[in-house]
Design a protein around this ligand. Structure first.
Ligand SMILES: NC(=O)C1=CN([C@@H]2O[C@H](COP(=O)(O)OP(=O)(O)OC[C@H]3O[C@@H](n4cnc5c(N)ncnc54)[C@H](OP(=O)(O)O)[C@@H]3O)[C@@H](O)[C@H]2O)[C@@H](O)CC1
Ligand SMILES: [K+]
Length: 474
């Protein structure tokens, strides 16, 4: 599991450790790790040109000490001081002693640099870059590799929000723990390749944000045993599609058949189309409460105005996943009254409608939005997007690390609903089903898109779910 911790938690852990170590020891650890990462990014150190952008805090201190190490190994190091009178004095002295110099012409030095190190601001930052820093960051981006110290300056460490301009880095070296913003867009996209330098912090067991990795997913995936039959493995009921949108039914069933449940029961008007594609489906014209037993329901993709079916499904005492059209008729009260789990899977536009705000506001503040929805509905919420998030009423927010922008294609959400609902039927909690479903779905899309990337169909994502599953468990 990759974990991330809020600034408050990281600061508390730092204080606790600093009290036990000689002054400056933590910064030296950070700087040593940073210098190694700079060397690796450059390929060689001797004879290279490095520019440090240094702000008024300890983030700049890290950059200065790392710069001193690089200068001692033969790099030409120039520092641009954004706030000369407040720069870290010890770091500046160390850089000078190692042969580094203060830049007299920032833009010219940046134009000749091989590497620009962004030590403008770290976890003490507020808001986007100030104008002078923004200009330097743009220049750096145009002419050199950019490595961010702890965080790309200008991004919010806790939420991943970018309010104004921010550095766009090729790589980010972060200290002690990943910060939530490094895993969540829009900030994640500014961070480039991530590297964690261990500085010896002791962190709480429960993280603020976590991202499943292959091994975590392999542990969570349902596995049939010798005693399993199709009913014991779970039956997922799918209420999807309509005369107008029969394809949504086919795609949701395509996902559900590959999500680990023993059987898929389709309920709705597109049974013929579903059977034509997947003869293994059990079908029923409805209503859902007459369709037979299921261990979970998926409702919503392409159902149009079928609000009666929604009320019936929500009245069932099994986990329910509500997606797409199903979200249009949902009230917080209906969900809060349920005893079994509910998983809502909106994209940003649907989340915005549920929250009564603009889509852009949700995109800009994804973490806050998903947490707020989960609290309002007392449900688990999977917010789809470039970094899909899964949040419950409490506990860490899960970030999906396997997403790809090729997934932004019609019908891919229907496939996700199906596979995730199937995992619910197989007995996973809503948090696990949501995060495992998103993980497999993302991997399947990457496989469908191929190594170089290419447009994909939602049905191809479904076709690759089996390969994604094997990829995780092999
Ligand atoms: N603690 C430790 O043990 C360790 C800490 N470590 C390192 O320290 C970093 C945290 O250092 P920090 O607390 O000094 O804050 P930091 O982020 O450098 O800057 C804050 C200053 O920036 C300014 N400022 C604010 N917003 C701004 C903006 N948008 N644009 C421009 N400037 C802005 C603001 O000053 P202002 O101008 O507002 O008065 C404020 O004073 C951390 O990220 C890690 O790298 C490592 O060495 C490991 C050990
Ligand atoms: K930084």
């Amino acid at each position: 599991m990759r974990t991330a911790y809020s600034v408050e938690t990281v600061r508390a852990a730092e204080r606790e450790l600093m009290a036990r170590l000689p002054e400056g020891a933590l910064m030296q650890r950070a700087a040593a790790g940073l210098a190694v990462a700079c060397g690796e990014l450059l390929g060689r150190v001797y004879g290279t040109r490095v520019v440090l952008l240094v702000g008024s805090g300890d983030n700049g201190g890290d950059a200065l000490y790392a710069g001193a190490r690089l200068a001692r190994r033969g790099a030409g190091v120039a520092v641009v001081l954004l706030s000369p009178e407040r720069a870290h004095q010890g770091g500046l002295a160390a850089l000078r002693a190692a042969g580094g110099r203060v830049s007299g012409d920032a833009l010219r030095d940046i134009a000749c640099a091989d590497l620009v190190v962004d030590g403008i601001v770290g976890i003490g930052g507020r808001g986007g870059l100030r104008p002078e820093a923004a200009q330097l960051a743009r220049a750096a981006r145009e002419s050199a590799l950019v490595l961010a110290v702890d965080l790309p300056s200008g991004v919010d460490a806790d939420s991943g929000e970018v309010r104004g301009e921010a550095v766009r880095a090729d790589a980010t070296v972060t200290f002690g723990a990943y910060k939530p913003g490094l895993l969540v867009d829009p900030a994640r996209e500014r961070a480039g390749a991530l590297r964690l330098v261990d500085i010896g912090l002791t962190l709480p067991e429960e993280a603020d944000v976590e991202a499943l990795q292959h091994a975590d997913v392999a542990d969570l995936l349902p596995r049939p045993t010798a005693e399993s039959d199709k009913y014991r493995r779970g039956v997922v009921g799918v209420v999807a599609g309509s005369a107008r949108y029969p394809g949504a039914a086919v795609l949701a069933v395509a996902g559900a058949l590959r999500g680990g449940a023993g059987a898929v029961r389709y309920v709705g008007p597109a049974a013929d189309k579903v059977l034509a594609h997947f003869p293994e489906t059990l079908v029923h014209p409805g209503p859902p409460d007459k369709a037979g037993r299921v261990q979970s329901w998926v409702i919503g993709p392409g159902i149009g105005d079928e609000s009666d079916a929604l009320a019936e499904v929500l009245a069932a005492d099994v986990p329910v996943l509500v997606d797409a059209d199903g979200l249009r008729f949902l009230t917080p009260r209906q969900v809060r009254e349920r005893t079994a789990e509910t998983l809502l899977t909106p994209h940003a536009g649907e989340a915005a409608a549920l929250l009564g705000r603009g889509r852009d506001e949700v995109e800009a503040a994804r973490m806050e939005s998903v947490r707020e929805l989960a609290a309002q509905y007392a449900a688990t919420v999977l917010l789809k997007g470039s970094t899909t998030l899964v949040a419950g009423a409490d506990g860490p927010v899960r970030v999906n690390p396997t997403g790809t922008s090729w997934l932004a294609t019609a019908g891919s959400g229907d496939v996700l609903s199906g596979v995730t609902g199937s995992l619910l039927a197989a007995g996973l909690t809503a948090r696990d089903a949501g995060s495992v479903g998103a993980y497999l779905h993302g991997l399947a899309a990457r496989r469908a898109a191929g190594p170089g990337g290419a447009p994909i169909l939602a049905s191809e994502v479904a076709d690759h779910l089996g390969a994604a599953w094997r990829n995780v468990t092999d």
